[in-house]
Write a protein that binds this ligand. Structure first.
Ligand code: ZN
Length: 281
């Protein structure tokens, strides 16, 4: 993937991320279903700049989940102040305060309190992205959280292996779950099997570099997306600050790959699924 803008150091970063207005993008609207505006990014990019980037890139909706959650709250407040009705934010509670929480959040009573406190705000659509693998998904809090999510109609956004996905769905059958990166490296036959077995599972496509083959959508991925047109969404996954400078290229790649699909299917995966599943529209 070539980079449109090189990552600069310090305050220059923000400027380098500001799009040249003459180069406004056209094409398929997009819903970014895997966005983090983490504390490190906040020190170099203002919420106004993030929203300007989305507008410039044709992003109409965003599943926002930030460490800590203040990043998401800042984006929502800025968008509300700006009166923007052209972008919808679907906020998710991130169960992390600091980066190391990703390793043991499920065994930390402070995280359970954090999630409960955040949910009192009343506007969150789900919990995640959280990382969970294998037997860790049987931790008592994971089971409690999955059941609570199902009861309250909240989504889970899990970066997980197949084993952990299965365990969570055993705790709360039918709980709606976004599978971050669609398992990242899970074989497509296995993904197909998981989708058949678990109708509440939705696949998010960031970091699935195997989607591209000879410069276009791979035939196997095409078949899978055609089989489940309502169950895939795209994402940028801005998990480290350097990823922000790649957002235009990442989105351009999605547009290029989705062009290999019939327009109605491409539109669903590009943005309609994101809006209908997470933004209640
Ligand atoms: Zn992520």
């Amino acid at each position: 993937m070539k980079r449109a803008w090189r990552l600069a150091i310090g305050p220059a970063l923000a400027l380098s991320l500001l799009p040249p207005l003459a180069a406004a993008s056209a094409g398929l609207p997009l819903f970014d279903a895997h966005m983090h505006y983490n504390v490190e990014a906040r020190s170099v990019l203002t919420p106004e700049q993030v929203i300007a980037l989305w507008r410039h890139q044709g992003v109409k909706g965003v599943l926002a989940t930030s460490r800590p959650n203040q990043g998401t709250l800042d984006l929502m407040a800025t968008l509300a102040r700006d009166g923007g009705k052209d972008i919808v934010i679907a906020p998710f509670v991130r169960p992390y305060r600091v980066q190391p929480d990703r390793h043991d959040w499920f065994a930390n009573p402070d995280i359970e309190k954090l999630v409960e406190t955040e949910l009192k705000r009343g506007f969150y659509r789900g919990i995640g992205e959280f990382h969970i693998f294998g037997k860790d998904a049987d931790a008592p809090y994971v089971a409690r959280m999955a059941r609570m999510a199902k009861q309250r109609g909240l989504w889970l956004h899990a970066h997980a292996d197949e084993d952990a996905v299965e365990r969570i769905l055993r705790h709360a059958p039918g709980v709606r779950m976004i599978w971050a990166h669609t398992g990242m490296s899970t074989g497509l036959d296995q993904v197909d099997l998981m989708f058949t077995r678990h109708p509440s599972l939705v696949g998010e496509l960031s970091y699935r570099s195997d989607m591209e083959e000879n410069g276009t959508l791979s035939p196997r991925w095409r078949a899978l997306l055609m089989k489940y047109p309502d169950r895939f969404v795209i994402g940028t996954d801005t998990w480290v600050t350097s990823r922000w400078s790649q957002v235009p290229d990442i989105l351009a790649t999605y547009r290029r790959l989705l062009a290999a699909l019939p327009p109605d299917v491409a539109e669903k995966i590009a943005w309609r699924n994101g809006i209908s599943l997470f933004a209640g529209q």
